[in-house]
Design a protein around this ligand. Sequence first.
Ligand code: ZN
Length: 272
Amino acid sequence: MRIIHRVACWYDEPAERLREIGLDCPQTPVGIGRDMLVLDIDEADPRWPEIKAVLDACGIMTTVRTEFTPAKIHSAQWLAMEPDWHHGYPMPDSGFGYRDLTYDLTDYCAKCGIGTRQKAPFRMRREPKWGRKGLMQLNWVFDEFFALSAVWKTVFAPFGIGARPVLAYRKETELKTVVQLCIDPILDVELHMKDHPFNICEFCQRKKYLPFVRGMFPALTRPVEGVHAVRSQEWFGDGASAYRAILVSGELARRLLAMKVRGCLFAPLAQC
Ligand SMILES: [Zn+2]
């Protein structure tokens, strides 16, 4: 298990100082006359304390993730399925207009983001540029996965997971290469969140855990059987963003891995 810090910032000062510590700092052009520094650093790297001091001094935050050994992933009974990329925005994106169009907002709290309930298909600007990937998430929407239609048919449908159409924005016609996975059941089993930090919304008083990024994902408090993809009853997120964790059975995760479906990562749940 490795804890990885992703640095993504403007190139200039941090790169110069990180090179002095001996890090390789490739420049990533972003087409606006400035380059970015995009770097993954293992927390077990002996230089990590020095690296962290530089990042702190430059005011740079990292995104943390945990990488698991294939053996750990293959032996898990349940896993959190997470995106390894986000592509495009839910439409209309202006003023977050997709929210009214896509969700019933009766229980929604604008302060913490909890309480959306889908009422209509998502709209995308156009067919996704899939490359070699078969799964994706939209930016801003952290608890919905979209699959290549063929991947849904061959991998997800045999596990009893349905699909919703995705519409082309304005045209309102169904897109051909993409469907939304219907991962609708909300677990009636709690997760062992232990002392994981959370916030209580000052407006709606509901609880939201900070994103879980370090180590094994929290265990189920009792076994879950008979389904292959569910969402957690707990809400996660920071600020105005809220999402439920998407959990999949070991069988489904292993099928995705065997079929080499790209676009997601897995975090095994600890055993209950
Ligand atoms: Zn709230």
